[in-house]
Design a protein around this ligand. Structure first.
Ligand SMILES: Cc1ncc(COP(=O)(O)O)c(C=O)c1O
Length: 375
């Protein structure tokens, strides 16, 4: 294998496999012309709910809007604090601000960078001391690993917090025999193209077992619609998923379980061959991972990334700056400990090429290039 054309996520390989079905699906939408909330949207929601084992799935325009819908539907707003890990993509905190509430940043665990349940517990008193009402927590399933929902649920119950899962990176994963989509009161996911299940544009979905919440989110998704189309009963958003994207997702969902297996096989192969050389990601007992990213940790990360680039191996840093240090979020309240793990993580993480079509020879090249880059 030479170093040409190694991709972080090879969407073309998947497209070659799905080409005829995708073309049929797209042509079908062009033929019926129901571009907004067409039959493919309902069918996708039915299949996604079944896949997750959730009572309700509602597709929407992005993972960000999925979080906004979940927060709006649960009544989170002004004066409320929503506990968010600092080491995540900006949308987790942005949605909180868009809903009118205040993100309260807590730190993540050293091993795996998922939200630290102990931090959630400790945050309660600190939030009240700042005159805010602790209302909800958004665990993030970073890189495809479900957060520790058992521990978080116990703390949330004790304090009356709503748990909203940011599963943008983890749809398809499981914990304790349950799929992502059923691990929290409401779950938000993303179908951004590079996600394990991605469309060809922006898209997302929310999951819940709660009939009332599902009804409210359906209304919010279309401007807060009521029974009568021209009597809107609440303030909502324009948050629908396009029918074309739903048609594309239906084709991709048909092979998703198989792709999850392939991703897991590839991740295990990385871990076997990189053990003892760099810090490799571990899957928690009782959980599975869909490997939205395969992320190692190492000293001298930037120099190694540069040497890999010279050898034709792309890498990415998710995330180089924790949210509490970003310009728009610097003023937000945060845990008394000042988030040392999030800060350290930003300096050492490195994500390697990861997708279901990564061939062994290519992976071997990446691994030997990495070994050669560690000096
Ligand atoms: C953790 C996390 N939350 C939220 C989002 C937002 O999803 P989207 O880009 O579909 O709005 C993403 C992905 O981009 C994400 O990785």
């Amino acid at each position: 294998v030479t170093a040409t054309n190694i991709a972080m996520v090879d969407l073309h390989a998947q497209q070659r496999r799905l080409q005829p079905g995708l073309e049929r699906a797209i042509a079908g939408v062009l033929a019926h012309g129901a571009y907004i909330l067409g039959p493919e949207v309902r069918e996708l929601e039915r299949q996604l709910a079944a896949f997750a084992g959730a009572r309700h799935c509602l597709s929407c325009s992005s993972g960000t809007d999925a979080l906004v819908l979940a927060l709006m539907a649960t009544g989170v707003g002004r004066g409320d604090a929503v506990i968010v890990p600092s080491f995540t993509f900006v949308a987790t905190a942005e949605a909180v601000v868009l809903a009118g509430a205040t993100p309260y940043f807590v730190d993540v665990l050293e091993d795996g960078y998922l939200i630290d349940p102990g931090e959630v517990d400790r945050a309660m008193a600190q939030i009240r001391a700042q005159g805010l009402r602790p209302r909800a927590v958004i665990p993030v399933d970073l890189f495809g690993h479900p957060a520790d929902y058992g521990a978080i649920e116990a703390i949330a119950k004790r304090h009356g917090l709503i748990v909203i899962a940011d599963a943008a990176q983890s749809f398809g994963a499981q914990q304790s025999g349950r799929r992502v989509g059923t691990l929290a009161a409401v779950t938000a996911t993303s179908f951004f193209p590079a996600k394990p299940l991605g469309c060809y544009g922006d898209g997302g979905a929310v999951f819940t077992d709660d009939d009332v919440l599902a009804g409210v989110m359906e209304s919010l998704r279309v401007h807060g619609k009521g029974r009568d189309k021209y009597d809107n009963v609440r303030i909502g958003i324009n948050g629908r998923l396009d029918t074309l994207q739903a048609a594309i997702l239906l084709e991709k969902l048909a092979i998703f379980a198989e792709e999850i297996e392939a991703r897991d096989r590839i991740a295990r192969r990385y871990s076997e061959r990189l053990a003892g050389i760099v810090r490799t990601p571990a899957v928690a007992p009782g959980s599975s991972c869909v490997w939205a990213q395969y992320t190692i940790a190492l000293a001298g990360r930037d120099a190694v990334a540069e040497r890999l680039r010279e050898r034709g191996v792309p890498t990415a840093v998710y995330y180089p700056k924790p949210l509490h240090a970003q310009t728009a979020y610097r003023h937000c309240p945060r845990s008394a400990g000042d988030l040392p793990v999030s800060t350290r993580a930003a300096g050492v993480v490195l994500s390697l090429p990861m997708h279901a079509y990564l061939e062994e020879a290519t992976q071997d090249y990446i691994i030997s290039a990495l070994r050669g880059s560690l000096r």
